[in-house]
Design a protein around this ligand. Structure first.
Ligand code: E4P
Length: 217
């Protein structure tokens, strides 16, 4: 399972990268705004800064909602760095743009996916990643994890190679449940990654081992 961090915060990206277990980064316009990164040029520079920290794929989202605009923006994003994955919204022109980039060998991530039918279309268009938003489904009392299970079944039935990128992950249990269900990738905040480290018995056991060592030395 690949671990992506879902942030535009460079310090948090560095912290996850330093752990040695980071496989990539996802961003979106809201995450950029949260870090105060505004304006086309600053946003483009920020993507390059992120690529220079991590080794893996970095999803960069287009703002356009029409095919021509998505192609124009996506090409500019892909030209920034070879780690960039063009992130496209799950709308009709997003599917068309996905197929366009697939045919050109450019990696894509279909975002804002909330149903198995949308995920099926993403796979048909050859998306590299499909991003079902599990947290936002949970927010409206719908089982986000069930969507991961449904997409897994559909993709396995037909051998689709599109990777299931469980997005809108909010906490450690989402990560564990996604792993059980066979999501290929998860993207979440730093807390959902480092939170996996925690167990009181680990802390207690280590404390005891160190105390016992000191007794004999
Ligand atoms: C994924 O690519 C999105 O950026 C993200 O996971 C959305 O998460 P949220 O629902 O916590 O905003």
């Amino acid at each position: 399972m690949k671990f992506f961090i879902d942030t535009a915060n460079l310090d948090q990206i560095k912290e996850a990268q330093d752990l040695g277990i980071l496989d990539g980064v996802t961003t979106n316009p809201s995450l950029m705004a949260k870090e105060g990164i505004t304006g086309h040029d600053n946003i483009m520079k920020h993507y390059v800064n992120i690529c220079n920290i991590v080794d893996g794929d970095v999803s960069a989202e287009v703002i356009a909602t029409d095919f021509e605009g998505m192609v124009r923006e996506g090409e500019a994003l892909a030209d920034l760095h070879d780690q960039i994955v063009v992130k496209l919204p799950m709308i009709k022109d997003g599917i068309k743009a996905c197929k366009y980039f697939t045919d050109k060998g450019v990696k894509t991530n279909l975002t804002l996916v909330f149903s198995p039918g949308q995920a099926l279309l993403a796979a048909k268009a050859g998306a590299t990643y499909v991003s079902p938003f599990i947290g936002r489904l949970d927010d409206i009392s719908t089982d986000g994890l069930n969507l991961i299970a449904e997409i897994r079944m559909i993709y396995d039935n037909y051998g689709f190679e599109t990777e299931i990128l469980a997005a809108s992950v909010r906490h450690t249990m989402h990560v564990i449940d996604c792993a059980k269900l066979g999501a290929d990738v998860m993207t979440g905040p730093l807390s959902s990654i480092v939170g996996l480290l925690k167990h009181p018995l680990t802390d207690l056991g280590l404390e005891q081992f160190l105390a016992d060592y000191k007794k004999g030395n």
